[in-house]
Design a protein around this ligand. Structure first.
Ligand code: UGA
Length: 430
């Protein structure tokens, strides 16, 4: 099939390369000329394992990019994969989505054949049907349900494994309104369905929109619940990881996302939970449990800092922060728990020395005045305390490096460091 994808960010580029790999003819559309020429040169504009190879393989043949929306007329289906940033109240800002939708509608005005527009971006219930569809009708002068259809197909890709996640989905969610739109989506994903046996959920537009939020809200709340249980465990000298391993054997609970510690960050969980809370409030419903999940998450870095306070007065002292990325395998620091951790240390008058294998440059833009070490060993040397924020594998191998600390107090927010004699070691929830 011929398809176009509007937006070449993390989601748009990943799905463009993956659909090309499934045998489709893909045109990526983006207003950024640098991104477009990179893609046409066979270079992935973002870093995601496996993506560079796919872009290199398919660029110039089944994958091309352009800034010109009229290219959609040569395609049967267009995905909208534009960013939906947060407003100050947590709700999503649809201005970029609306601008892209208008340009798409303008281009579709001159297309004769039926076209399917699929919303891939994360949008709150009602957006596809009540905002995108009328905008498309207005800009194209065409009639939804006759000349074109709208669908919603959420993504469940994780940063750092987006290509693998796309090619091995645990489900495909097709939100649509007409049989021919479900059929088009099915035809598009057929190579993947044949290969993986992934279950297909056919549902309405609003349900598809909500499934994405419910998925992320459930996972974020699951982590906050295990963190709250972990905080209670710590108070009773109980190992929360042994407890989590045992309850994870109950298949109703499951073993995943039960790693307690300093909490969740990234570009998705915080933003999506906030948007769902704002959407709920908009209807007059107060989502207490989701708000509690956020509150528990917000408090974990402070708990880590107060464990350090129990051992050292850090004022005027050098303290190491190990790990700046919101999770291992990425240089992304958005909503990283390292940010409130560093702020808390600076509030206490500590001299912060931070280390991360890949995220240092990004954090330097956020905190230009703290010290950045080139290795964990260099960060630990002379430190009066160390806070472990990201579970990078290399931190598991740290050992003699702790001996170079002035006071070897290690507060582990991720259960990654191996403790031993000679270190004052505190797990956040164990
Ligand atoms: C998340 C979801 O997992 C994806 O399914 C979804 O598609 C994506 O958001 C999105 O909406 O685009 P991602 O943000 O890449 O993916 O990261 P995760 O691997 O889910 O981790 C999120 C945070 O939870 C990290 O800070 C991680 O350290 C934390 N976490 C995860 C825990 O604290 N404990 C755990 O047991 C698992």
């Amino acid at each position: 099939m011929n398809l176009s994808i509007v937006g070449s960010g993390y989601v748009g580029t990943t799905i463009a390369a993956c659909f090309a790999d499934l045998g489709h003819d893909v045109t990526a559309i983006d207003i950024d000329e640098t991104v477009v020429s990179k893609l046409n040169d066979g270079v992935a504009p973002i870093h995601e394992p496996g993506l560079a190879d796919l872009v290199k393989t398919h660029a110039g043949t089944s994958l091309r990019a352009t800034t010109d929306y009229s290219a959609v007329r040569e395609t049967d289906v267009t995905f909208l994969a534009l960013t939906t940033p947060s407003n100050p109240d947590g709700s999503i800002d649809l201005s970029i989505m609306k601008a892209g939708t208008r340009s798409l509608g303008d281009a579709l005005a001159d297309k004769d054949d039926y076209h399917l527009v699929v919303v891939k971006s994360t949008v709150t219930p009602g957006t596809t049907g009540d905002v995108i569809r009328p905008l498309l009708e207005e800009a194209s002068g065409k009639v939804a349900g006759e000349d074109f259809g709208v669908a919603m197909n959420p993504e469940f890709l994780r940063e750092g494994s987006a290509v693998t996640d796309f090619l091995n989905p645990d489900k495909l969610v097709f939100g649509a309104e007409a049989a021919r739109d479900y059929d088009l989506l099915e035809a598009l994903y057929q190579p993947l369905i044949d290969r993986t046996d992934a279950p297909v959920v056919k549902t309405g537009l609003r349900e598809a929109e909500m499934i994405k939020y419910a998925n992320n809200a459930f996972l974020a709340a699951k982590i906050s619940l295990i963190n709250e249980l972990g905080n209670i465990c710590k108070a009773y000298d109980v190992d929360a990881y042994e407890v989590a391993d045992a309850i994870g054997l109950d298949e109703r609970i499951g073993p995943h996302f039960l790693r307690s510690g300093v909490g969740w960050g990234g570009s998705c969980f915080p933003k999506d939970v906030a948007a769902l809370i704002a959407a709920a409030r908009d209807t007059g419903y107060e989502p207490q449990l989701l708000q509690a999940a956020v509150d528990v998450n917000d408090r974990q870095p402070g708990r880590m800092l107060s464990l350090l306070d129990d051992h050292v007065d850090v004022s005027g002292k050098r303290v190491a922060v190990l790990g700046l990325a919101f999770k291992p395998g990425t240089d992304d620091i958005r909503e990283s728990r390292a940010i409130p951790t560093i702020e808390g240390l600076l509030d206490r008058g500590a001299t912060v020395v931070a280390y991360d294998p890949v995220a240092t440059d990004n954090m330097r833009a956020r905190f230009p005045d703290i010290e950045y070490a080139s290795s964990a060993a260099a960060a630990l040397a002379g430190a009066h305390g160390a806070l472990v924020v990201t579970d990078w594998d290399e931190f598991a191998a740290l050992d003699l490096e702790f001996d170079a600390m002035e006071t070897p107090v290690v507060i582990d927010g991720r259960r990654i460091v191996s403790t031993r004699e000679g270190i004052t070691y505190e797990g956040l929830t164990w």
